[in-house]
Design a protein around this ligand. Structure first.
Ligand code: GGG
Length: 368
């Protein structure tokens, strides 16, 4: 039996509801598969922990996480704690020291879900956005001085290193190469940002030589928003800086129907540290505790985690179940214009997995 240790950190707001739904589904999937087992430990880190202890996670938190195979993360952000405290105290406090430099964000229009783009076909929007996840605009360099005075100054320094850009570019080219269309768009703002992002362009051209079978092009980030909206079918794999890809992937999720369906993986591709998997959406305090959160992003995130763990068959089984559920408009939560609850969507996925249980087990004729 293959066994994986999962650290679950639901954190804030709807993170709690969607991660508990995701764990139910993962448990059902592991039982149906019979070939692997997930041992889950829950951590109560987040904004409530901060209000009690003054920190979002304990000082030795990362040491604790190192012994896990993967981290299943909910969302950060609370109305009564400054956002930069929650984000840097938990999500970035794990991503950066664990060198999870490749943030992978697939977007598709799932069956039954309506894109706000008129006349679009599902095949027109099948993208993966690669977000550089360790440097750039989120390097954490900068400062403030002369506070409160008219001459108060604040700097937020974007840092781009040859090593950091080269590794994310190679990751993105490799990912593009693994997809049928072998198409990569490198997004920058290298007309205005004439140092770091010119370095991006130069490194893209260098790395491209290692991937002669990948067709690639360059876009400025502002033009990219227009292309995503007006010519979505011309896009396949995208690589962009930490901030640009953060923004583009929210747009991508909205164009595919809702932020409530969008998953993400924070990968340390070399496997020196555990990777972390989370829905793209935040803590959504306006609907927290009401049972209305869409768990689909967290289920799709579970597929990415299973893929990463090497459980491809289980990942595909869960993705098929998700697609059968989204195909039914009665299973759409309010973010998709429906009336379904988190419980209803979770139960629908569970019942498909339950019905498939017999089929997932090895057939007696082939069982050793
Ligand atoms: N599950 C994603 C999440 O909690 N996001 C909160 C957030 O503010 N993220 C900002 C970022 O990822 O840069």
């Amino acid at each position: 039996m293959r066994e994986y240790k999962i650290a679950a950190i639901p954190a804030d707001g709807i993170g709690n509801e969607v991660i508990s739904a995701g764990l139910e589904v993962l448990d059902a999937l592991a039982r149906a598969d019979g070939g692997f087992k997930l041992t889950v430990e829950n951590f109560d880190w987040g904004s409530d922990y901060y209000k009690k202890h003054g920190v979002m996670m304990p000082a030795d938190g990362r040491e604790t996480l190192k012994k896990f195979d993967a981290i299943y993360f909910g969302a950060v952000g609370a109305p009564d704690v400054p956002d930069h405290i929650t984000l840097w105290g938990l999500r970035i406090n794990i991503c950066q020291p664990f060198d999870q430099y490749a943030n992978v964000r697939p977007t598709r229009i799932l069956p039954g879900i309506k894109s706000p783009l008129a006349g679009i076909k599902p095949a027109d929007l099948d993208w993966v956005i690669v977000r550089e996840n360790s440097e750039g605009e989120y390097s954490g360099h900068g400062g403030r001085s002369h506070r409160g005075l008219p001459q108060e100054v604040a700097t937020e320094v974007s840092i781009f290193t040859r090593a950091g850009v080269t590794r994310i570019m190679r990751f993105a080219f490799r990912l593009a190469q693994s997809r049928p269309r072998k198409l990569l768009t490198v997004v920058t703002k290298s007309n205005a940002q004439r140092n770091g992002l010119v370095l991006w362009d130069e490194i893209a051209a260098e790395v491209a030589k290692e991937f002669p079978d990948v067709t690639w092009d360059k876009m400025l980030v502002d033009a990219m928003t227009v292309r995503m909206t007006l010519k979505p079918q011309t896009i396949d794999t995208v690589v962009a800086t930490n901030l640009h890809a953060d923004i583009l992937s929210d747009l991508a999720a909205a164009l595919a129907g809702s932020l409530g369906i969008a998953p993400t993986a924070n990968l340390n591709p070399e496997g020196q540290f555990p990777s972390m998997f989370e829905p793209i959406h935040g803590s959504a305090y306006d609907i927290a505790g009401k049972g209305l959160a869409n768990p689909i992003a967290t289920f799709w995130t579970a597929c990415m985690m299973l893929d990463h763990l090497g459980e491809r068959a289980a990942s595909e089984r869960l993705m098929r179940a998700i697609e059968r559920v989204t195909a039914d408009p009665a299973m759409h939560t309010p973010d998709l214009g429906g009336k379904a609850t988190t419980r209803m969507v979770t139960d629908a996925v569970l019942s498909i997995l339950e019905a498939e249980k017999g089929r997932a087990a090895p057939s007696p004729a082939f069982a050793g």
